[in-house]
Design a protein around this ligand. Sequence first.
Ligand SMILES: Nc1ncnc2c1ncn2[C@@H]1O[C@H](COP(=O)(O)OP(=O)(O)OP(=O)(O)O)[C@@H](O)[C@H]1O
Length: 583
Amino acid sequence: MINKQLMNLLKDDKKYIVGIVLSKWGTLLANIATVSILCVTLAQYYTKKEVSPLMLFSFVGVVVVSLIVKSIANNWQSHCTHFASSRLRLDVRTAVLTKSLEVDASQQTLNDTELTQLSVEGVEQLENYFSRFIPQFFYCLLSSLTVFVVLAFMYSKPAIVLLLCIPFIPLSIMAIMKIAKKILGEYWDGYLILGEQFYENLMGLTTLKVFSQDRMKQRQMDQRAESFRQATMNLLKMQLNSLIVMDIIAYGGAAIGIVLALSGYVKGVVSLPQMLIFILLAAEFFIPLRQLGSFFHVAMNGISASKRLFDFLDTPNSPLSKSRDEKHTAVPTRIEVEQVSFSYDDDEHYALKKVSAVFEKGYLYGIIGQSGSGKSTFSKLLTGDYTTPLGAITGYDSQGNTISLSDLQDDIVVVNQKSYLFEGSIKENLLMGRKDAQEDELWRVLDSVTLFEFVRAQPEKLDYVIQSNGKNLSGGQRQRLLIARSLLADKTIYVFDEVTSSVDSDSEKAILDAVTRLAKDKIVLFISHRLYTVKEMDSILVFDNGELVEVGTHDVLSKQSSVYQHFLLSEQELLEGGLDYNA
Ligand SMILES: Nc1ncnc2c1ncn2[C@@H]1O[C@H](COP(=O)(O)OP(=O)(O)OP(=O)(O)O)[C@@H](O)[C@H]1O
C-alpha cells in the first residue's frame, strides 16, 4: 500500500504529511471532547431533568475550544496539503522534463504525447496519493488507536470487538488492489492511446481532409473512445463495488459496537453517558478507515500512472548527458570521426557503416547522398540525439587537446526540418539563440539571411508576431529566420540538415550565401540531397547506403568518383539540363 519509490519522491516534504496527520488528529480530539461533554450533559439532563450551571459552562467552554481547535487544524491541514502537493507536482514534472533531455532518443520508452499526458494528468493523480491517501493511512492508525483507548477505558469488551473488525478493511483494500491493477492498467493504456491518436489526427487533419480520410479516422477515434469509456466504466464499477464492501464492514462493525454498548447499559455494566459516548464514537472508529478506502481508489490511479513515470525516470541516461552546470572552455577547431557505425534497431541493418571523416574550422562541408543513405543519422550522432558504442567522435582545440563528444555538443547548433519557431515576436524567437543579444545584432543576423527588408516593412518591426512554427511566414522566410536564430547563437559547429529542401530559389541563394560566410571561422556541415547546392563547398562527403564512399571537391569527385558521377547524371536528367554543373 505504501510505495517506497513514491515515498522517496517526497524528500524533505514528509513534514507536510506529518502536519496533515497531526491536524486531522487535532480535529478528532476536538470531536471526542465535544461528543463526551454533550453525552455527559444529556445524561445529566435525562436523569436530573436539569443542567447545572457548572455543566452548562463546561459544555459551552468545551464546544468553543473544540471549534477553535478544529478551525486551526483545518487551516493548517489545507496549508500542508497545498505545500505537499504543489512541491510534489513541480518536483515530478521537473524530473520528467530533465530526464527527457538526458535520455538517448533510441531509449525513449514514451513518446511526446504520452509524456505530456503523464506529466499533466498522471502527476495530478499522483498528488492525490500524497495529499490524501498517505496522510489518511497514517491518520487511520492514530485515530483507531486513540478512539480505541477512549472506548476501552469505558467498556473494553465491545471496544475489542471493534478493534477486531478493523483489519477487514485493509484486507479488503489489498484484495481489491489485485483486481484493480489490471483494470487500471487497461484504463491508462486506453487513455494514453486515445490521447496519442487524437493528437496525431489533429496534426494531420489537413492531410486527412485532402485524401477524404477524415471520416474513417473519426470512426476509428469513436471506437477508441468507446473502449476507453468502457475501461472507465469498469474502473468506476470496481470502485463502487469495493466501496459497498467497505461500507458493510465499517457500518456493520459500528452497529455491532452499538448493540454491545446498549446491552452493556441494559445489564448495568456501563453508565448512560458512557453508553451514549460509545454509540457516537463507534462510528468515528470506522469513518477514517472508510475514507481511506475511497481515497485508495483515487490513489490507485496515481500509483498506476506513477509506474509508467518511474519506468521512464529509470531509463538509463545517454552516456553523453551531463550536468548543466558543467561547462567546458576549450574551443573546438577540429572534429575527428573514426569508424563510426550505427543501427537503429540493434539488428543487422546498419544505417551507418564504419564512417571516418575529419572536419576543420574555416571549412564548409557538403554532405550528400541518396535518400536513406545515412546523412541525417550521421548528423544525429554528432548532435547527440543518438549514441553509438561503435567508433568514436572526438573534438580537438587549436592546441591539439581533446574535447569529448558531450563537451563538443555544447558548441554545436543544428538547424533541420524539426527546428521550431514559437508563437511570439520575431525578437523573442531570435533571442532564444542568445538572450543578451542587442537589437543591432538582431538586425545584422536578419540582414545576413536577407530578411532585413521583410522585417523592416512590418509596422511592428522586430515585434511582428509570428504564429506557432511560423505559420504566417513563407517556407523560405521561416527557414531563413531559423538560420538567423542559429547565427545569433554564435556556436563553433553548425549542422544544417536539408535547410533548402523546400524553399524558393531566392531563399536558397540567401541561405547558401549566409552559410558560406559563416564557414569562414566555423566548422559548418551542410546536408543536402541536391548536389548543386554543395557544388561550391570546400569538401563534399558522399554517402551511399550508410557508407561514406567519397570525399573531395566537386572538380575532383566529378572526374574520379563513379558514385558522384552517377548522382550528378541522375540529377542533371531530373532537372532536364536546367543547370550546367561544369560551367
Ligand atoms: N528513427 C529511425 N528508426 C529506424 N530507422 C531509421 C530511423 N531514421 C532513419 N532510419 C533508417 O536509417 C537509414 C538512414 O536514414 P537517414 O535519415 O539517415 O537517411 P538520409 O540520407 O538522411 O535520408 P533523407 O535524404 O531522405 O533524409 C534509412 O534506412 C532509414 O530508414
